[in-house]
Ligand binder design. Structure first.
Ligand code: NAP
Ligand code: NAG
Ligand code: NAG
Length: 285
């Protein structure tokens, strides 16, 4: 009888704990259960972040610095990149940070030079993590009101630049037998996004490309993580840094989510923001 009571009390407690967790969780349960980002996966590694001059990219840079990564910060505005660098070094005095400004909408020749530079910034090691975070997004407008100029501007940066950069960097990673692409897609890359048709189309394009890239390069040590967050409040003005770093820990945990194989020969892959578990075909080759 006493044992039964004890079991009952324990179950009640467990249910209460789960409910409390459910009420307070700010991320996906599977990802949250993985705990904090693991320092040993990042420490001393070169992490290249685009769009690091503000918003999510700035917070990610700070979080990676906190985990002991060597950082390459990119975006167009060198002044803003220097500001981010100074702020991070102020917080983590030992941090190694290089600033590499460039425009993602540049031609392949320019991007080739940029990749070469990124690979040689830290003499001992090339790029381990490429965080494709930069994106161009215009104020909302209806699909039929979009101009050709807007279409090109969004696709040049979000899609063509990002894919070209990947194609230029991947051979270096393949030579080392390891590397990790982290792609900041969006819930708009999964669901309709009224007022953001072209942006949504650009994120769908990234998803298609990077899920396929994963299937082709998985056996050669290259990992691909596609992150599809819902709306995240960011600050477009300077100095937003650590004010919302809490949400970033979840992003980082998500980034370390590896591709897992099941006995059904399918790869399970989890996306945050959109609460769905996707079953993808097994990797090729
Ligand atoms: N915030 C959200 O609610 C949300 C939700 C889902 C997904 N996302 C995605 O998360 C990523 C970051 O979002 P965010 O809100 O932090 O963005 P953000 O504040 O608008 O920052 C965009 C970043 O991209 C850089 N960038 C823009 N055009 C560029 C170009 N042509 N070449 C190089 N860099 C360029 C910008 O720097 P410069 O101006 O200095 O070039 C800036 O650092 C994006 O991919 C976005 O689509 C955001
Ligand atoms: C870069 O950022 C600085 C500081 O925020 C700003 O004054 C400047 O206009 C920006 N430059 C460009 C080319 O946008
Ligand atoms: C999984 O794939 C491998 C080779 O790709 C094959 O040998 C094996 O039989 C498959 N397993 C199942 C359960 O289908």
């Amino acid at each position: 009888m006493l044992a039964l009571l004890a079991v009952g009390a324990l179950s009640l407690f467990a249910i209460g704990a789960v409910l409390a967790k459910f009420a307070t969780a700010d991320g996906d349960f599977t990802l949250l259960s993985k705990g904090r980002a693991k320092r040993q996966r990042v420490e001393g590694k070169v992490v290249w972040i685009t769009g690091a001059s503000r918003g999510i990219g700035e917070v990610l840079a700070e979080q990676f610095a906190c985990l002991g990564a060597k950082l390459i910060l990119s975006s167009r505005n060198v002044t803003e990149l220097e500001r981010v660098k100074t702020a991070i070094v102020g917080k983590y005095p030992g941090a190694s940070i290089e600033v590499l400004p460039f425009d993602l909408a540049s031609d392949e020749e320019t991007l080739k030079d940029v990749v070469q530079k990124a690979e040689s910034l830290f003499s001992a090691s090339g790029v381990e993590y490429m965080v494709h975070n930069a994106a161009y997004e215009r104020p909302k407008r209806k699909a039929l009101d979009e101009t050709e100029e807007g279409l090109r501007a969004i696709f040049n940066t979000n899609v063509l630049g990002t894919i070209t950069l990947t194609n230029l960097l991947a051979p270096f990673m393949l030579k080392r037998g390891r590397g990790h692409f982290v792609v900041m897609s969006s819930a708009a890359g999964k669901c309709p996004a009224p007022g953001q048709a072209i942006y949504s189309a650009s994120k769908h394009a990234l998803n298609g490309y990077f899920h396929t890239l994963r299937s082709e390069l998985y056996h050669e040590g290259i990992e691909v993580t596609v992150v599809c967050p819902g709306p995240i409040r960011t600050y477009t003005t300077s100095g937003a840094g650590s004010s919302h770093s809490g949400s970033c820990k979840i992003l980082l945990a998500e980034m370390s989510t590896p591709l897992r194989s099941t006995d059904h020969n399918q790869s399970m892959y989890h996306q945050k923001g959109v609460r769905s578990l996707l079953l993808l075909p097994q990797p090729m080759g």
